[in-house]
Design a protein around this ligand. Structure first.
Ligand SMILES: [Fe+2]
Length: 446
């Protein structure tokens, strides 16, 4: 007997409690609310042989970008492989994607999720995992086009429509279609104001276009929708902090850091990334952040030999550079050098972009700003390969400008500042960079 999920995607098995549990877990995941993992574990307790339950669980661990998640991912893959003889084509696609990721073949994972979606456009679960993998691999075009591939198979009156528009909004934004992105995100939010990913897409539009005041008003007026109980809220708070940074309201940036971005010690990779990224921007601008770096650097200490995902490694290097933890920084770089000799996806990414970027950040920490410019200027053009959004990778441009200024390369600094001003004509930060470059002041402004 063939059964289907609520969107019509076929499943080979699952009792009533388990399939209902999957729907609850996915409903949480669609809005990034807590706690889809607990929900799917409850579903699997009701039916330990529920294939799509294991597939969903695997996807959650897969998109975490954490080496610490590998044992759990492996356990879910083992369960799926045990059940594979009776799985259907869609389910085998989920298995192939998760197995590929587990084997270090990140691009294989997205290929299998992508093929699964192409053959089963109603598989919104595969789509959302694919969207996150596209993000982790910096595939901006597919953040947009993978959604476009399946939109004709859905209608506006379905509950999932808004989430599809929210994902499409983010892809449109990453491809620079800011007006279309805002419209798609607004459509999603009209359907569901609590859609944290649609909120995020609109926040990105404001970030990339320099609409700082609009971004603050947008996020602050809606925070009762997107923040409570949401596992992604720290990142939308991070975006709010960036707007306040642009305005020069550093007290508010620090308040947001302490209360919302990094309110307590965490080992969650994406939360650590945001904490380190915000502190590094403050570090670049010469602001005193007190002892805030210590908890972030402490959290990265057990990960110095992970070599799992280069984007995370960069943030670890920044934390160690800012806290003067030379030994830990060297261990991360040594791990990356060793990993760069392998041939899996992260090894290739590390070789091409991760290592030069981390060496550039390390050089900045040592005060060798000329070396930072030398390393960062060429690699920033291919930095998308190690994932993240344009807004997250802006930390490379920001570091590059600062390094150019501090090493007295005012031609470069002026050029980089003008790049930034072309995108954000009113940006106080960009105007500040240009003023320093034009005045020939390499030293950090008092
Ligand atoms: Fe973001």
């Amino acid at each position: 007997m063939s059964i289907h999920d609520q969107r019509g995607a076929p499943m080979s098995n699952g009792n009533a409690a388990a399939t209902e549990g999957l729907e609850k877990a996915f409903a949480l995941f669609q809005g990034y609310f807590n706690d889809p993992l607990a929900e799917i574990d409850t579903a699997l307790a009701a039916d330990p042989g529920f294939f799509m339950g294991h597939a969903f669980r695997a996807g959650l661990f897969l998109i975490s970008s954490e080496k610490a998640a590998v044992p759990e991912l492996a356990a879910s893959v083992a369960q799926m492989e045990r059940l594979a003889p009776r799985a259907n084509e869609r389910e085998r696609g989920h298995l192939a994607a998760a197995r590929s990721w587990l084997d270090g073949d990140f691009h294989g994972a997205i290929r299998h999720y992508g093929e699964t979606i192409a053959n089963c456009p109603r598989d919104a679960i595969a789509l959302q995992f694919a969207h996150q993998v596209d993000f982790l691999l910096g595939q901006s075009r597919m953040l947009r086009d993978r959604i476009a591939q399946i939109l004709p198979h859905w209608t506006r009156d379905e509950p999932t429509w808004g989430y599809l528009k929210g994902m499409h909004a983010f892809g449109l934004e990453e491809m620079g279609h800011y007006d279309e992105a805002w419209d798609a995100g607004s459509e999603a939010l009209a359907i569901n104001p609590r859609d944290a990913w649609a909120v995020h897409a609109c926040a990105h539009v404001c970030e990339m276009t320099g609409r700082t005041d609009q971004g603050i008003a947008f996020l602050e007026s809606r925070s009762d929708d997107w923040a409570p109980g949401n596992g992604f809220a720290f990142h939308n708070w991070w975006h709010l902090a960036l707007y306040h940074f642009e305005r020069g309201d550093i007290a508010r940036v620090l308040e947001l850091y302490d209360t919302a971005v990094h309110p307590e010690p965490t080992e969650v990779a994406m939360a650590l990334v945001d904490a380190a990224a915000l502190l590094w921007r403050l570090h670049l601008a010469g602001h005193d952040v007190g002892n805030r770096w210590q908890a972030v650097a402490d959290a990265y200490e057990p990960m110095v030999e992970d070599g799992y995902y280069a984007f995370n490694d960069m943030h670890a290097v920044m934390a160690f550079a800012a806290t003067g933890r030379e030994v830990s920084m060297r261990r991360v770089l040594a791990t990356m050098e060793r990993r760069a000799l392998d041939d899996d996806a992260n090894a290739v990414i590390t070789r091409r972009v991760g290592l030069p970027i981390c060496r550039a950040m390390a050089a900045f920490g040592r005060g060798d700003f000329a070396r930072t410019v030398e390393l960062l200027e060429p690699v920033r053009l291919s930095a998308h390969q190690f994932g993240g959004s344009h807004a997250q990778r802006d930390i490379l441009d920001w570091t590059l400008i600062e390094a150019a200024l501090r090493s007295g390369q005012n031609g470069w600094a002026r050029a980089f500042a003008n790049e930034r001003l072309a995108r954000k004509p009113q940006s106080p930060l960009a105007l500040g960079f240009l003023a320093r470059a034009t005045q020939g002041k390499a030293a950090l402004a008092a």
